[in-house]
Design a protein around this ligand. Structure first.
Ligand SMILES: Nc1ncnc2c1ncn2[C@@H]1O[C@H](COP(=O)(O)OP(=O)(O)O)[C@@H](O)[C@H]1O
Ligand SMILES: [Mg+2]
Length: 315
């Protein structure tokens, strides 16, 4: 990754609520210009971690820095934050709501209005500008709030579960907005309990489970922790070839599924051929982030994410 500046850092953050450890020693580093995903099931401690990093709440112990400030609120004008619980004034016009959010971060209101109209126009939504928030759908209101998050041209944006409540089309648009921000050099941190978004967007992921950072690093590194998976159908039911199957091989609807044995594909292929397996179909796949997540955070966390493929539930 080279010598990249650090946009945000958490060091051993702990937060107790009524004696209960909501966050239990989370450390993480966000390089400038990266898209970093905070992954974890509901209740894992993602929101609490983000709030501490932003300076909205103080940690019980540990420290953090945000754009070089040890007191994160000092960086507030350079930071955009989309909280998990959305809220806009229902009577406010969309463009006013965006300008208002900008004003809170130091943008003069007239300038904010101009920027708000331009931001809406860029996305083909100029007709929303004069509509009261209460007349917008939930997804539309969320888009408005998101534009309010970037109106002051922050260097860093923190989006807490930004995909929640959006339909597929709007999720795709949001992914594009996040990519556009990153392409413009803006650091993006977002939390999600949907692994696919992180897999598509992130350079780095932090997996939080039960208040602890179970993994921090590149998506590829998380995936690289697992061996590739072999999918195999054979004509022969039994025979010497079966010795190549690891103990943990599973048979799902007539297909063998197992981790690629040490030694790689070639010795395995030879054993299958020489052992008379009669290969019908064979594929070797790199595991996705979902499988890596299960391996790293555990089955329970993966189940809490509601992400298990149906076939695995059946087996
Ligand atoms: N203000 C609070 N007071 C008491 N408990 C809280 C508060 N905020 C969060 N918690 C608890 O801390 C844990 C982590 O919550 P949270 O950070 O919101 O998780 P996530 O965002 O990953 O779903 C949960 O058990 C939650 O109930
Ligand atoms: Mg949360």
């Amino acid at each position: 990754m080279g010598e990249r500046a650090i946009a945000a850092e958490a060091r051993q953050l702990v937060k107790l609520f009524d004696g209960k450890r909501a966050v239990d020693g989370v450390s993480l580093t966000v390089p400038e210009g990266s898209i970093t995903g905070i992954l974890g099931p509901n209740g894992a401690g993602k929101t609490t971690t983000l709030r501490m990093m932003l300076g909205i709440i103080d940690p019980t112990s540990g420290s953090r820095s945000l754009l070089g400030h040890d007191r994160p609120l000092e960086a507030a004008r350079q930071v955009g934050y989309l909280p998990e619980e959305r809220g806009l004034y229902p009577a406010m016009l969309a463009a006013e709501a965006i300008a208002f959010m900008g004003a809170l971060r130091g943008v003069p209101i007239a300038e904010g209005r101009r920027r708000a109209v331009a931001l809406l126009k860029d996305r083909g939504h100029e007709n929303w500008a004069k509509r009261p928030i209460r007349t917008l759908s939930k997804g539309m209101a969320q888009t408005v709030q998101l534009l309010g998050t970037i109106i002051h041209k922050p260097r860093l944006i923190v989006l807490d579960e930004p995909f929640a409540g959006l339909d597929a089309l709007n999720q795709e648009k949001l992914e594009q907005l996040i990519r556009d921000q990153a392409a413009a050099g803006i650091t993006v941190i977002f939390s999600t309990h949907v692994i696919a978004h992180a897999e598509r967007l992130c350079e780095r992921v932090v997996i939080i489970a039960e208040g602890k950072a179970a993994f921090e690093g590149a998506v590829d590194e998380a995936r690289g922790r697992l061996r590739p998976i072999v999918h195999l159908r054979t004509r022969a039911k039994d025979g010497p070839w079966r010795s190549i199957l690891p103990v943990r091989a599973k048979q799902i609807a007539g297909e063998w599924r197992f981790e690629l044995p040490e030694g790689g594909p070639e010795p395995m292929l030879r054993a299958l051929l020489d052992g008379g397996a009669g290969i019908e179909t064979l594929s070797i796949e790199r595991p996705g982030l979902h499988d890596a997540f299960i391996a790293i955070a555990g089955e329970a966390a993966a189940r809490a994410m509601g992400q298990r493929p149906p076939e695995e539930m059946a087996s």
